[in-house]
Design a protein around this ligand. Structure first.
Ligand code: UTP
Length: 301
């Protein structure tokens, strides 16, 4: 237990190579790939801020300069927007660099997600903190961000909490899967009893996958320091979480929200379509375009 401290810190790992999105991610960090007109990492920072997590560390590696530039003030651009009377854009661009206190932490060797989180230990400073993966957008369906939903569980349990969602059986092998017991009186909270990384459907304790957001007590750092490289030679966050589970209680929150993983090409294309479709100014045009595309396909087959 970390004591009953307020959660105000978020760590956003964004250092990975992004091999599933090559060649696009060779020079452009995959976290900077936009959904319509906003890079994924901006949605992630906005989620943290909306949960009251304004002390933010983004873990980056060489070649991720664009992420830093995105959140840095840009006086020349602001001056141009001001002169040309583009006031809405000016407000948006200024808000971007004022939205949070962002610190960039280097991950020198890309030794996995667990190692990326470990780089933030000093910054976190012995407090409970959230981890939000920098390549995944979680859109809330209940008015409270997913990071906020985890924080709410932490404030009741003072224990680590992991976001989770039901996944179809054929996709179970792609995720960390949670085994758990119901918490009396709580429909959406489980006490975690087991975590299995990418199990076969037969071995999986449930269909509940870990969903890219976590809230940890600082006890996770002791575990991360002890965790040897696992699958793919990387320090796996799941392995450290298993260690923590032996010492502390851990809960899972079945999220009210939808996950958009843009770390892979198919996820990116589907998410882009869905986000564009949800924009009022694009909806009708896009609908006509998609229907025409389908009609063309049907006519030619
Ligand atoms: P992924 O496993 O999806 O990222 O990690 P990756 O390694 O970049 O992707 P692939 O598998 O090669 O395509 C989820 C998040 O963790 C970060 C990534 O940047 C991503 O936002 N990450 C991953 C790090 O910060 N450091 C690492 O060593 C690995």
């Amino acid at each position: 237990m970390s004591g009953r401290k307020e959660v105000r810190t978020a760590v956003i790992p964004a250092a990975g190579f992004g091999t599933r999105f090559l060649p696009a991610s060779k020079a452009v960090p995959k976290e900077m790939i936009p959904l319509v007109d906003k890079p994924v990492i901006q949605y992630v920072v906005e989620e943290a801020v909306s949960a009251g997590l304004r002390r933010i560390a983004i873990v980056v590696s060489e070649g991720k300069e664009a992420i830093k530039a995105h959140f840095r003030p840009s006086p020349a651009l602001e001056e141009r927007l001001e002169k040309t009377g583009k006031n809405d854009l000016l407000r948006e661009i200024r808000a971007l660099s004022a939205m949070a206190e962002i610190t960039f932490i280097p991950q020198k060797e890309l030794k996995g997600l667990g190692d990326a989180v470990l780089q933030a230990e000093e910054f976190v400073g012995g407090e409970p903190f959230a981890v939000l993966l920098g390549d995944t957008v979680l859109r809330s369906t209940c008015g409270k961000s997913v990071a906020g939903q985890l924080k709410e569980v932490y404030e009741k349990t003072f224990s680590s909490v992991v976001a989770s969602e039901h996944v179809p059986r054929e996709k179970i092998g792609r995720y960390g899967i949670i085994g758990g017991c119901p918490v009396p009186g709580e429909e959406k909270i489980l006490e975690v009893t087991d975590l299995v990384e990418k199990p076969s459907p037969g071995e999986a304790p449930s269909d509940l996958a870990v969903a890219s957001r976590y809230l940890f007590t600082p006890g996770i750092f002791d575990e991360l320091r002890k965790t040897p490289p696992g699958k793919g030679g990387e320090i796996q966050l799941t392995d450290a979480m298993k260690g923590l589970l032996k010492k502390e209680k851990m809960f899972a929150r079945i999220i009210d929200g939808k996950r958009y993983d843009i770390g892979n090409k198919e996820g990116f294309v589907k998410s882009t379509l869905e986000f564009a479709f949800a924009r009022e100014e694009m909806h009708e045009d896009l609908k006509k375009f998609l229907l025409a595309l389908l009609a063309e396909e049907n006519g030619t087959r």
